[in-house]
Design a binder for this molecule. Sequence first.
Ligand code: IPE
Ligand code: IPE
Ligand code: MG
Length: 250
Amino acid sequence: MALFSSSTQTVPVTGEIPQHIAVIMDGNGRWAKKRFLPRVAGHKRGVEVVREVVRQCANSGVKYLTLFAFSSENWRRPSDEVSFLMGLFMEALQQEVGKLAENNIRLVMIGDRSRFDPALTAKIGEAEAQTQANDGLTLTIAANYGGRWDVMQAVKRLLQDKPQLADSFTEEDLSAYLSMHYAPEPDLFIRTGGEQRISNFLLWQLAYSELYFTETLWPDFDAAAFKLAIDSYQQRERRFGRTSEQLVNN
Ligand code: IPE
Ligand code: IPE
Ligand code: MG
């Protein structure tokens, strides 16, 4: 049995506070450029905003927060920016893991780790192990993650494990192999920085998520901006294919 129901198989139970928020943290480079700073200054500032948003989520009862930190296409960036970002992950892990553990936060990394420096891979493993038993907020960092990679790796592993299911596997069989099998589907998707696209983030899991786009650049995404996103979510009518009348009569 899957841990969580699928939005396309059964209508999920939803509440005022999103159980799972997924975020594309975009606009760091533009934030820095506006201030005549190097792009990496925006990434540095972005880490501080992560800390703040994690706190907001933990305080408001959100159970899962998933942050897109580095996409499978971000390797296309100039190599000095890529190296800086890798260094920043390492530094953030070193500095924050203790605090995550203290605050009952479980850290999980999703994405293809094979391209990371072995020291970074080891640090990720340690951080996950150290926070594994925590049952407060689950913080997922998507690094070298791509939605297509995720579906592909899931299909491959499923067929390796259960070749007899090659032409009969179900949605539930497959979703057990997807990177986010341990979490419900995101209720709310936020993208900062003004672009209105998914950029190969959680393609499978966003099937029925409420989408929220804001012009606010990630380094400016403060408590007030977070509240606007939650307010917008609370105005939505989540029908999952049904009519509005059916919801009222429920
Ligand atoms: C998001 O900010 C952070 C990463 C993709 C790592 P960007 O670096 O994409 O910032 P913009 O979009 O250039 O402003
Ligand atoms: C998406 O942002 C990836 C992350 C925030 C990690 P990008 O800045 O890479 O997206 P595009 O290139 O504008 O679509
Ligand atoms: Mg960007």
